[in-house]
Design a protein around this ligand. Sequence first.
Ligand code: FES
Length: 111
Amino acid sequence: MATASISAQIADLLGIDPTALVRPSVAEAQSACAPGQVLAATDDGGRDVAVARTDDGRLFIVADACPHDGSALSTGFIDGDRLVCARHGWEFDLATGHCPFRQACIDTRRG
Ligand code: FES
């Protein structure tokens, strides 16, 4: 008897379509990402990334893991030029990757 994948089992438990758990490609997320929005995506190497668009429309791609405690940055929000982690509120300048209030940094690149 075949065993369903963990994502299929989770989708079944949640009562949702399993394809809803699949992250879009970076290109798909770039197209869908509105100013002031951050979306989860998967890059060409299969890595989880966050695609973020600043309020003024610039697009950035960062690893989807907060350097503080690993929370998904794609669950955070945009505040001007900054990506704010939803878990504890650390903020990262999307252009530089620097966290202005902590000695932490994320890798960031223009989308
Ligand atoms: S995990 Fe992101 S601020 Fe703590």
